[in-house]
Ligand binder design. Structure first.
Ligand SMILES: Nc1ncnc2c1ncn2[C@@H]1O[C@H](COP(=O)(O)OP(=O)(O)OP(=O)(O)O)[C@@H](O)[C@H]1O
Length: 339
């Protein structure tokens, strides 16, 4: 697509990059790698893409930036990376204001935005060598070793001599990640890193993200896939129509929504009748299952009522709420986007 991921504006500086933990007094809130206050973007056509966003991304988290298509995720990421100016509000990345500190901040940030910019006629390895050579702060003497380490990291060593145009989409994404990993990073920003990948490619990128996080790198990734966020992320922010709906630890977000009572039975009609008598609301009957709101009464009493009425119960319990339940509860809308 565009050149965003390859031509990082910050790479133009040869100034030494301050080491980690340089927040200090007077910086943004400690322990937060990204912090925005009332961040807003209105495009020239009048479209309000991001509306008063207050984002707080804790250091060391795998932070999922979740929202349906068009909810403002890419626009936010472009502001965080200093690629576009906010209309109003502020954004701090690694304790420094963006876009003002882009030259200092961006060398510490690995970004994969809108697909990696690759040369199809070059091999995977040569693409990385070229990208590394474009970074004036990168030491040419250690270039080959760093490229080899990055290829190894993403599992592309065996395919590194192949031309990039022969790579699958998943391999291209991994090469893009390798490019982001050519130097140590405090933060990785990945915009829809599994978009367009087949299930196997998705699994590979997700496990890679988990591994990277084990090293202590904070990972900020956007996705429109709820289950992806639940599988990979420790924290999440949920966007809808340019606004922040909620943010926090994934486990807590899901816990905020009530789960569903689920009864598995061949006698669904009888089960639904008994559950209704027991005061269970919002009943839904699907193939071999009756679900409803969790009861206020003792679960054991409800189960006993089913059994007494002769309902053959194969399974009974309250299913844990998912992030999807939380989204629906918070927005009143289904999270219905094309995968
Ligand atoms: N350059 C632009 N000019 C005008 N409107 C834009 C521009 N870029 C995005 N928008 C609009 O801003 C809103 C948010 O778009 P954005 O791309 O940030 O959302 P998103 O959550 O990243 O969605 P997607 O996953 O589809 O990219 C959308 O309504 C979109 O049409």
């Amino acid at each position: 697509m565009d050149e965003v991921s390859a031509e990082r504006p910050g790479a133009a500086t040869a100034a030494p990059v301050p080491g980690g933990g340089d927040g200090g007094a007077g910086g943004a809130d400690d322990g937060q790698v990204i912090r925005t206050r009332a961040l807003t973007k209105r495009y020239r056509g009048g479209q309000l893409a991001v509306d008063g966003l207050d984002l707080a991304v804790p250091a060391g988290s795998v932070f999922g930036f979740l929202g349906p298509n068009g909810s403002g995720k890419t626009t936010t990421i472009r502001m965080l990376m200093g690629l576009i100016e906010p209309t109003s509000g502020t954004a701090h990345v690694l304790d420094r204001p963006m876009p003002r500190s882009a030259r200092t901040v961006l060398p510490q940030v690995g970004a994969l935005i809108e697909g990696p910019a690759l040369y199809g006629f070059l091999s995977g390895r040569d693409n990385l060598l070229r990208q590394d050579a474009a970074d004036p702060t990168a030491d040419p003497r250690t270039r080959r070793a760093r490229v080899a380490a990055a290829l190894d990291r993403v599992g592309l060593t065996a395919a590194s001599g192949k031309k990039a145009r022969a790579y699958s989409l998943g391999m291209k994404q991994r090469l893009g990640l390798a490019a982001a990993l050519l130097r140590p990073r405090r933060l990785l920003v990945l915009d829809e890193p599994t978009n367009g990948l087949d299930p196997q490619g998705m699994r590979e990128i997700r496990s890679l993200v988990r591994e990277l996080a084990l090293d202590g790198t904070t990972v900020f990734l956007s996705s429109h896939l709820l289950d992806e966020i639940e599988q990979v992320c420790t924290h999440a922010a949920v966007m809808a129509h340019g606004r922040l709906i909620t943010q926090g630890a994934v486990a807590e977000l899901a816990a905020g929504a009530r789960g569903r009572l689920v009864v598995t039975t061949p006698d669904t009609a009888d089960a639904a009748r008994v559950l209704k008598e027991q005061g269970i609301g919002d009943l839904a009957v699907t193939d071999g299952r009756v679900t409803g709101e969790p009861p206020a009464a003792d679960l054991a009493e409800v189960n006993a009522a089913l059994v007494t009425a002769g309902v053959r119960v194969r399974g009974f319990g309250v299913e844990r709420a998912s992030l999807e339940d939380a989204f629906v509860a918070l927005t009143g809308e289904g999270f219905d986007v094309a995968g």
